[in-house]
Ligand binder design. Structure first.
Ligand SMILES: Nc1ncnc2c1ncn2[C@@H]1O[C@H](COP(=O)(O)OP(=O)(O)OP(=O)(O)O)[C@@H](O)[C@H]1O
Ligand SMILES: O=c1[nH]c(=O)c2[nH+]cn([C@@H]3O[C@H](COP(=O)(O)O)[C@@H](O)[C@H]3O)c2[nH]1
Ligand SMILES: NC(=O)CC[C@H](N)C(=O)O
Ligand SMILES: [Mg+2]
Length: 513
């Protein structure tokens, strides 16, 4: 099973996994390695190309991350992105300085002009929007390199030494906002590196199954199954890899949506797997009682999940491995590496310090949501399961704002069920990627049946997104919103006002806590 390999050399950028994902999207196998990886090790991987990532540092500063300069003598093509481009220019005899007022410090969408006779721009339009994020400037381009793109503010947006196969771009071709960015990466892979496109999700499946078998041997495995997309795909993968050694544990923590516990049990009892449902409502509510701070709630839930898994493992006998359906956005938002903590996803940043398993296996950790879905299809999962909307592990605990009570949870469950019912009835569920109700902590005055009420405000949230890293609010038709609002206020006691959340992510996030 040998594939052509591209190595993404990580200099600490925000979008490293996104680069890797774009390369995979182009049908080429790819691994991300730290810039400190010894050259011998990189050589042994026999890469057909290197991509150097962006990074927060300035290459001219002392201590800035540098790879072994002999990497440029291997005869392997290189694409440097932002810091990666600056590092290449600096190392090969050019000069990088801090940008001055008139020499392009550029952030965000930028009109860019390309020389389409250069291989990486071949077949693409001569101008388009690229997405920039840099404060440094290539003041002197190294000998042998030509300028192949510019913007209004910056003459040196892209450089190329076609002889040696070295390319550098100042913008980020890997992000969605860069028009034709993926095509540029594809050109680098196919026109410059000689890629043939010998990698697919089917290969990912095979490689993952083989790796799981090697690791687990004849040991026992407990898989945390929520019934959501990620853990269902993980379960299908593990079932194929180690079948009868696997037990799937679904924790009903009392923070599920209406009827969800029974639905998950019914669905997975039909699978040919060992499936256990644990009723843990009382212990979760007890641990959460009186806690209003979102990060504390998440951490309490993260720890309690693990304690339940540990107890279930003891019942099975010796279990070495815990499997979770963690995916890349869970990791990056929990503050991986130098990234900021946005929120501690219960399965990553919310994990307790001590976990009584030899190892936690996360076979989907490097994938984005839409890639997980593709893998699910590859494993033969039905479309309705693969396309289910995500539901966060902490469940309604992070949708009841502030402190939790069973009564508030029940109120939210009823309102949320009506919301989902009406969205489905209107056929809007096909246009929306995730939607749910939030019980805010705000109460306000209303008038119902000629009497005064002082009840909770319910917020409706609905977003469109493919990777859940960024999202826009969904344009639900007014008449559908109207029906939902009328029904909820009429049918659910304790709610007298409905608002619709019209913020995108960023600056908001999808969930409220
Ligand atoms: N109620 C639960 N019982 C057992 N494991 C859970 C539960 N909720 C979450 N998990 C574990 O935490 C992981 C992360 O949860 P998350 O909600 O992100 O994924 P998911 O539920 O598998 O998929 P989706 O994003 O579609 O909801 C899950 O993959 C699963 O391993
Ligand atoms: O399993 C999970 N554990 C968590 O702690 C968690 N927090 C958010 N989410 C889900 O992640 C996606 C992005 O959500 P945010 O924009 O709110 O960060 C959305 O799909 C959220 O529902 C979680 N999933
Ligand atoms: N995004 C980046 O890679 C930035 C590189 C460098 N820190 C700059 O500001 O120019
Ligand atoms: Mg879930």
């Amino acid at each position: 099973m040998s594939h052509q390999t591209v190595v993404v050399l990580d200099f600490g950028g925000q979008y490293n996994q996104l680069i890797a994902r774009r390369v995979r999207e182009c049908g080429v196998y790819c691994e991300v390695k730290p810039y400190t990886t010894p050259l011998e090790q990189l050589k042994a991987m026999e890469p057909i190309g290197f991509i150097f990532t962006g990074g927060p540092n300035s290459v001219y500063e002392e201590g800035a991350p540098k790879a072994d300069p002999a990497i440029f003598t291997l005869g392997v093509p290189v694409l440097g992105i932002c810091y990666g481009c600056q590092y290449m220019a600096h190392t090969l005899g050019g000069q990088v300085t801090e940008a001055q007022e008139d020499t392009a410090r550029e952030y965000g969408k930028t009109e860019t002009y390309y020389d389409t006779s250069c291989k990486i721009f071949r077949g693409l339009p001569e101008r388009g929007i690229s997405w920039m994020s840099h404060g440094d400037y290539m003041a002197k381009v190294p000998t042998g390199f030509a300028l192949v793109a510019h913007s209004d503010a910056c003459p040196n947006v892209a450089i190329a030494d076609e002889q040696r196969g070295f390319y550098g771009v100042q913008y980020h071709p890997e992000v969605n906002h860069t028009e034709h960015g993926v095509d540029m990466i594809r050109n680098f892979l196919y026109e410059v590196c000689g890629a043939v496109g010998d990698w697919s999700m089917g290969d990912y499946k095979k490689t993952a199954i083989q790796a799981i078998r090697e690791k687990v041997g004849d040991g026992k495995v407990l898989l945390a199954l929520s019934g959501g997309v990620d853990s269902s795909v993980a379960a299908a993968l593990l079932a194929e890899a180690v079948g009868s050694q696997l037990t799937c544990v679904f924790v009903d923590h009392g923070l599920m949506r209406k009827n969800e516990g029974d639905e998950v049990e019914a669905a997975f009892s039909r699978w040919d797997i060992n499936f256990v449902r644990v009723d843990a409502e009382a212990r979760f509510l007890l641990k959460l009682a009186g806690e209003a701070e979102p990060e504390r709630k998440r951490k309490i839930i993260g720890e309690e999940f693990i304690r339940v898994f540990e107890e279930e493992a003891k019942k099975i006998g010796r279990v070495d491995y815990l499997v979770q359906g963690t995916i890349y956005p869970d990791v990056i938002e929990s503050g991986a590496g130098d990234a900021a903590v946005i929120k501690s996803h219960h399965n990553v940043g919310g994990l307790p310090d001590y976990v009584d398993f030899k190892e936690i296996i996360e076979p989907l950790r490097l994938l984005f949501k839409d890639e997980v879905r593709q893998l699910g299809r590859e494993l033969g999962l039905p479309e309705y399961l693969v396309m289910r909307q995500p539901f966060p592990g902490p469940g309604l605990a992070i949708r009841v704002i502030g402190d939790l009570t069973k009564e508030k949870l029940d109120t939210l469950r009823e309102a949320d069920a009506i919301y989902r019912e009406e969205i489905a009835a209107a056929g809007e569920d096909k246009n929306i990627n995730q939607y749910f109700a939030v019980l805010t902590n705000t109460r306000s005055v209303g008038v119902m049946g000629d009497g005064r009420t002082y009840d909770y405000t319910l917020a409706l949230r609905a977003v469109t997104t493919s990777d859940f890293m960024t999202a826009d609010w969904a344009r639900i038709p007014y008449d559908v919103l109207d029906r939902i609002s009328t029904r909820i206020v009429n049918e659910v006691k304790g709610i007298n006002r409905i608002v619709y959340d019209i913020t995108s992510k960023p600056p908001a996030t999808i969930e409220w806590e």
